[in-house]
Design a protein around this ligand. Structure first.
Ligand code: B12
Ligand code: SF4
Length: 458
C-alpha cells in the first residue's frame, strides 16, 4: 500500500534509513505517493476477472447480511476486507460423469488449479493497481493441521450464494443457473469498496429430481437435503485426510507383510501411492456427475429423461467397486441394501476429536440418523480437568442438537475428566478402567451410553 509521505512515523523511519538506495528511490518517486482508489469500478473488475479466465463472478460487500457468521471468519483471514469476489470456473461435464475415476479426478484436479491460478492472477493485477487483495485457496492446501475441526478458512459456497453465482441444491453443491453444478468456486478478498454489488438469485436451480440421492453409493444425501458428511468423507476421501491416517495406522499395526496385505490390497496400496504422487483422488462425486440442473445442462434430461438416467446414472450405480464404510454406520447398511453388487469394506475414517470442543462441534458430522431411530434422549456432559465445559446433547426425531449449558432434565449425566474422555473416544476399551477409577462417572442407565456410541461412529 502506498503511504502518505508526510506522516510523523514515516519521517522518523526515513531518518533511520535515509542513506539506503531503496529509501532514496522511494522518496524521489512521485508516482509512489498515495494513489490508492477509494472505490473500484465493478464493471472494470468483472471484465478483468473474465479476461483472466473466470467463467462468472459475483460481488458482495463485507456487510452483506447473507454472509452470516462467515463474516467473522473472513475478517479473521484478512482484516482489511471491504468486498468479496466470488469466482466461478466451469468443469468439463462428461469427464466428471465418466465412471473411470482417472478421467473425473483429472478434471477435478485441473479445474481446481485453474481456479487458484485465475484468482492468483486477478490478485496480481489488483496489487499492481494499489489494491490489497488475497486469494483464499479453492481447496487444498487448507489449514489441515486443524483436522477434524474446521480446516477451511472461508466457505466459498456461502460467498457464492450471497453473491448470486448460484444456490446449493439438495446435494449441497452450488448450482450455477447456467452451468449447473459443474463448477468449482474461488473467493478473493479486497480492501476496497466496489461501485456496485450483485444480489443472490431469487430461485433455486435445483429441480428436486433426486438423481443425486439415487447416485450416492453411501447414501450421504437424504431426500430432504440432510447431508451425512462422515459417510461421504469415509468413502470419497479414502485417500485424503483421515483415510490416509487409517492407512498409516494399518502400516504401523501390521506385524508382517501378509498381515498388511490382509488389511490393504495391492490395488489399494498402489492407489494410495498414486494419490500421494499425483494428487489425492476422489472415489465418487456421483452426486455432482448426475445433476441435470442448469440451463446449459438440462436439455438431455428434459428431452430424453429415460436415456439420461440410463447413460449417466446407471453406469455409476452398476459400477462394481469397493465402498468404504465405518462399521455400524448408516452407510454400511445402505450399501448392503441398495448396491449388493458393490463390495463393502469396513474401515475407520480417522475422525478422532483432539479436544472437547472438537468432540462437541464434530458430533453433527458423525451423527448417524438411522441408528438414532426412535430415540428421544437428553445427555448432559460435564467435563472437568484441562478443558472444563458443560454441554447438552439431545437426540430426537433422528437429529442431534448440541448446546452449551445445563439441562433441566437429562436421561444420562456424564461427568468426565476431559483428557480421559478423549482417550475413551480414541480407544473404547479404556471405558471400564475410566469408570473404575472415577475418571468418567455416569448418572443414569449405562445402556444410554451404548446407544450414544451407536449414533456417533468414526
Ligand atoms: C468441508 C468440505 C467438504 C466436506 C463437507 C461437504 C459439505 N457439504 O460441506 C466433504 C469432505 C464431505 C466434501 C465433499 C465434496 N466436496 Co467439498 N468442500 C469442503 C470445503 C472445504 C468447505 C465446505 C463448507 O463450506 N462447509 C460449510 C457449509 C457451507 O456447508 P454445509 O453443507 O452447510 O455444511 C456441512 C459440512 O461442512 C459438514 N462439515 C462441517 N465441518 C466438517 C468437517 C469435516 C471434516 C467434514 C467431513 C464435514 C464437515 O457439516 C455441515 C453440515 O452437513 C469447500 C471449500 C471451501 N473452502 O469452501 C469444498 C467444496 C464445498 N467442495 C467441493 C466439491 C467439488 C466437493 C466434492 C464434489 C468433491 C469430490 N470431487 O467428490 C464432494 C461433494 C460432496 C457434497 N455433496 O457436498 C466444491 C463444491 C463446488 C460446488 N459446485 O458447490 C467446494 C466449494 C470446493 C471449491 N472450491 O469449489 N467437501
Ligand atoms: S441431482 Fe436433482 S435433486 Fe440433486 S441437486 Fe441436482 S437437481 Fe437437485
Amino acid at each position: 500500500m502506498s503511504l502518505n509521505k508526510n506522516t510523523k512515523q514515516l519521517q522518523q523511519t526515513v531518518k533511520q534509513f535515509a542513506e539506503h538506495p531503496t529509501v532514496k528511490n522511494y522518496l524521489s518517486d512521485s508516482s509512489a505517493s498515495n494513489n490508492k482508489p477509494t472505490s473500484l469500478n465493478t464493471a472494470w473488475l468483472r471484465e478483468l476477472c473474465i479476461e483472466l479466465g473466470a467463467d462468472d463472478v459475483g460481488f458482495i460487500p463485507i456487510e452483506s447480511q447473507e454472509l452470516g457468521a462467515e463474516k467473522d471468519k473472513i475478517l479473521e483471514c484478512f482484516p482489511h476486507t471491504k468486498s468479496l469476489v466470488s469466482i466461478v470456473c466451469k468443469m468439463n461435464r462428461d469427464d466428471v460423469r465418466n465412471p473411470a475415476r482417472s478421467i473425473a479426478n483429472n478434471e477435478f484436479h485441473h479445474a481446481g488449479h485453474d481456479v487458484d491460478d485465475i484468482a492468483r492472477r486477478i490478485v496480481r493485477q489488483l496489487e499492481d493497481h494499489g489494491i490489497r487483495a488475497i486469494n483464499v485457496t479453492m481447496g487444498f492446501p487448507m489449514e489441515i493441521h486443524k483436522f477434524p475441526e474446521r480446516i477451511w478458512l472461508i466457505a466459498h459456497k456461502i460467498v457464492a450464494e450471497a453473491a448470486g453465482t448460484g444456490k446449493m441444491g439438495i446435494h449441497r453443491n452450488v448450482i450455477h443457473p447456467k452451468f449447473g453444478n459443474f463448477i468449482l468456486l474461488g473467493t478473493i478478498l479486497l480492501d476496497t469498496p466496489l461501485t456496485s454489488y450483485t444480489k443472490p438469485i431469487d430461485y433455486n436451480p435445483c429441480l428436486s429430481c433426486k438423481l443425486c440421492v439415487a447416485a450416492c453409493p453411501v447414501g450421504a444425501i437424504a431426500p430432504d437435503g440432510y447431508f451425512n458428511g462422515s459417510a461421504c468423507l469415509t468413502h470419497n476421501y479414502r485417500e485424503f485426510l483421515g483415510g490416509f491416517q487409517n492407512w498409516v495406522d494399518n502400516v504401523i499395526e501390521s506385524k508382517t507383510p501378509e498381515d498388511f496385505r490382509e488389511k490393504v490390497s495391492l490395488g489399494e496400496n498402489v492407489s494410495m501411492w498414486q494419490s500421494l504422487s499425483f494428487g489425492a483422488n476422489y472415489k465418487a462425486a456421483y452426486c455432482m456427475a448426475t445433476c441435470p440442473a442448469g440451463e446449459d445442462v438440462i436439455a438431455p434430461f428434459l428431452e430424453r429423461r429415460q436415456d439420461f438416467v440410463k447413460e449417466v446414472l446407471k453406469p455409476l450405480q452398476d459400477k462394481r467397486e469397493t465402498i468404504y464404510v465405518v462399521p455400524g454406520s448408516d452407510a454400511e447398511s445402505y450399501v448392503q441394501k441398495r448396491f449388493p453388487h458393490k463390495t463393502v469394506k469396513r474401515v475407520h475414517n480417522g475422525i478422532t476429536p483432539q479436544s472437547i470442543n472438537g468432540f462437541l462441534t464434530g458430533m453433527r458430522r458423525i451423527f448417524q440418523p438411522e441408528q438414532a431411530k426412535g430415540l428421544d434422549v437428553t445427555y448432559q456432559f460435564k467435563f472437568t480437568g484441562k478443558e472444563r465445559r458443560e454441554a447438552i446433547v439431545t437426540i430426537k426425531n433422528q437429529r442431534v442438537s448440541v448446546t452449551d449449558g445445563v439441562a433441566d432434565k437429562a436421561n444420562l449425566i456424564v461427568t468426565a475428566d476431559s483428557a480421559a474422555w478423549l482417550k475413551f473416544l480414541s480407544n473404547r476399551t479404556y471405558l471400564p478402567l475410566a469408570l473404575l477409577t472415577g475418571k468418567i462417572k455416569l448418572k443414569g442407565s449405562p445402556k444410554l451410553l451404548l446407544m450414544f456410541g451407536k449414533c456417533f461412529v468414526s
